[in-house]
Structure formats: structure tokens, C-alpha cells
Write a protein that binds this ligand. Sequence first.
Ligand code: AHR
Length: 497
Amino acid sequence: AAPQVGVTIEAAKPGPVISKYVYGQFAEHLGTGIYGGLWVGPDSRIPNTRGWRNDVVGALKELRVPVVRWPGGCFADQYHWRDGIGPRSERPVRINTNWGGVDEDNAVGTHEFFELVEQLGTDAYVNGNLGSGSVQEMAEWVEYLTAGGKSSLAALRARNGHPAPFKVAFFGVGNEGWGCGGNMRVEQYADAYNRYVSFLHPAPGSNTQFIAAGGHDEDTSWTDYLSSKIQVGRFDGISFHYYTSPGADKNGKFGATGFDESRWIWTLSQTRRMEGFIANNVAKMDQHDKKKKLAFVVDEWGTWYEPEAGSPPGFLVQQNSLRDAMVAALNFNIFHAHADRVRMTSIAQMVNVLQAMIRTDGDKMVLTPTYHAFKMYVPFQDATSVPVKLENNPQYTLGEVSIPAVSASAARGKDGKLYLALVNTNPREGAEIAVAVDGAKASSASGTVLTAAAMDAHNTYAAPGVVAPAPYEAAASGGKLVLKLPAKSIVVVAVRE
Ligand code: AHR
């Protein structure tokens, strides 16, 4: 029999709060991420509330989405906010040059986005245009969004249907400055950030947090430079992007499904690199920001595969399998371990794009395995992290790739319960976990398990329940709480002390 893995929950040593914003989402004007997937317009035969799909919004509400980043991504740096206000029939049509060269009719603009924010009961993370916009344009958007009083922009907002200021919790100043956001050197971007932000003045009481567009992958130079050189007061976080690649299979494919075990373990090993990336960037921040004022904002993460056959170019459509749910859970556990700095993330993306929660086709909708992982982890939103010690954790190895078989994370939820999340990465062998809680006796645990027969198991419109959480119970045996994890599974339980 496989040896027992020991998990000790150090319940008496609470760590930082895991911000609910760690469970954020990203909705870009890209493919059917917004148009079709979320927005169908008020005249659609698909049931909607003021244009937003009832089925999709209803499902997303179950995730308690804490924040939505919009309108991009790369799109943010080509977006001019005045295109998206006023009567929809009079709005200009632009070309979405980043994503497929399709027509962007600006049906979704500021007011529509904030309507979605309201329907979801979430917070807004608006990403401004530094790349192709101007300081004045961005400053006026901030005023339009937040000003009250006699400001003409506030009056214009009122005429467009929203007398009260919008609540802008977060404002991003450009996106991927090193790439689609303007192909800048970090020095140029830092200068631009300082200049732009000097003119951004949210109305008093707005409490808007400003996020600088940072680096990606193993490159820490953007975090290092920005955290040392940005001097302006409005600077609350630095963003970071890392996408998980499955690596090419023997046919040179990067498929979302139909992969073998080598692509399973490679994908999981690649996603685990997030741990080192965060640690290295945080080490740079710690040198310049000893009081940990700045947040490290992983505002794009998730899997990026070859697009689905037949999908329109630039729409980034991909299937979502059990492997994606594992990727999500491994990243959640990593984010929890860095909760003091990682105070917001947004997975790319919410609907129909890359590692989505939900897929749609016309009036059909299906929840992905990633959706279920997000739902299982809801109790970790704003929970207090609790350290876990892992002993006898075997390596899961295939060929030259080897990763720890089990990943664990614990937290004290806002409801006072102790939550434990476990991931067994091994697709062939189950794992037995003996759980001890320091200072208490764990008597039983109950929650949910997510697994499936195949590594690439996924949900379709015809078979939406192939990958779905099932109830999970564990009891004490021989004085220990024992959790049996199926192969390739995620388990989230509340532990009874
Ligand atoms: O999420 C898709 C794209 O990936 C975003 O628009 C961009 O920021 C990143 O390169």
C-alpha cells in the first residue's frame, strides 16, 4: 500500500488573509468572451437582463466573483472609452486589431460593464489605455467614472443613465507595456506611469487602487524596476502575467484534449513554476517596499492551448478538461501561500476564452471543470490562511519530469470553519492523507471531490456532468483523520475539530 502522506494543519499559527480578490476574473473584448458569451443585447431571444445573459450571470454568481477586469488585455490599449458611451446605435464601429480583426461595435461600454458588475455583485477592475491613448483621455475617463458635483463629465454620465458615480475598486494603467501595450522598455513604461498617474484623480472617497502593468514569466526586471522607481502616490500594485503551456506532443500539437500522460505532467509541472515566479518577484518587491504596501497582482494566468479546430482566428477558443481544474487548484494553493503579497489575480478568461469558467454556443451554456474548481474554493475567499506541513509526500514522476504528488492548503473561513484543500496530481494512483490539526482533534471532514475517469475528461453541451463535484466525507481512524484522495483529484473539505 502507498505510504500515508502526513498533513499537519498549524491552526494556532494563522497567517495573512487570503483576499477574496485572489479569485478574480477577466473579461476582454476578445472572441465571444463578451459578445455572445455574456452580452447578447436587450433584444435577444436569449433570456437576458438589460443585455446580459441570465444563464451565464446566474452561474457566475455562484462563484461569488469578487472582481472583474475589463476591457483587456491587449484590447485595453486600443480602447477609447468615449466610443462606448451614449446611444448604442450611434457608437462607432472599430476594428479589433488584436483579436481576429473583427468589428467592434462598442455595444458594451462603460455603462454596460458596470451593469454587469452590479448584476454579479462584484467589484470593477478597469484597465486604462496607456499604449494608444493620452493622459487627458485616461484622466477624463477616471473623472467620468468617479466624479460627482458639477463636473461636466459627471453630468454627461448622468445623461447617459447613471447619475451616481461608479465604484472603481481598481484601475490598471496600461497592460503588458513590454508587448501589445506599446513595446516599451521598462524605463519608458515607468516614466509613462508616473506621468499618467499624476493626472488621474478619482473623486475623494473613491478608494481606487492603481495597478502598474508589470512583467511576465521568469523576468523579474519589471517588478524590480517599477517597485523601486515609481514615486507617485497612486501606486498600489504591480501586475504579472504567466500562462501555462502544455508543451508540444509528439505531433507538435498543444491540444486541450486528446493528450497523453506526458502532456499531463508537463502541464502541471509548468503551472507549478508560478510558485518560483511569485517568490522571485516578491523578493524584488521586498527590497524596495519593506512595508508590503504594494500588491503583486497576477492579473492573467491559466492555460493556453492550441485553438479549437474550426474556431475563428484570434478567438482563443479551447476546451477545458479535468487537467485545467488541476491547474486552477494548484495555482490557488500557491496564491494562498503568498497571500501577504498576492492580493488579487484574474484568470484568463471568464467565458469562452482560454481557461474559461463557462462555454457557450448560441443559447447553450456549459460549466467547465475550472468553474467547479473555483466553486469548491469559495470558502477560501477572505479566509485567514493557516500553514500546513506536508510529510512523506511522494514525487509523482514520469520520465524526466517529477513533481510532488500532493499539494495542500488550509485556511480558517469567515464562517469560523477550518478548510483544507488537497490536490492529488498523480493520474494513476490515489493518495492517503493523515490529517492532524495542531491543538485540536480532527474528528471528521466533509466537502466535495472533483475527479473523472480520463485525464482529459470535459463537459459538453450534450454531456454537461462528466466532470462535476461529488460529495466527500472522511472519518477518523486509529486516532487520525484519514482522507483518501482518488487519482487525479481535488478535494476541499471543512474539518470538524
Ligand atoms: O488573455 C489574452 C491576452 O494575453 C491578453 O489580451 C494579453 O494581455 C495577453 O498577452
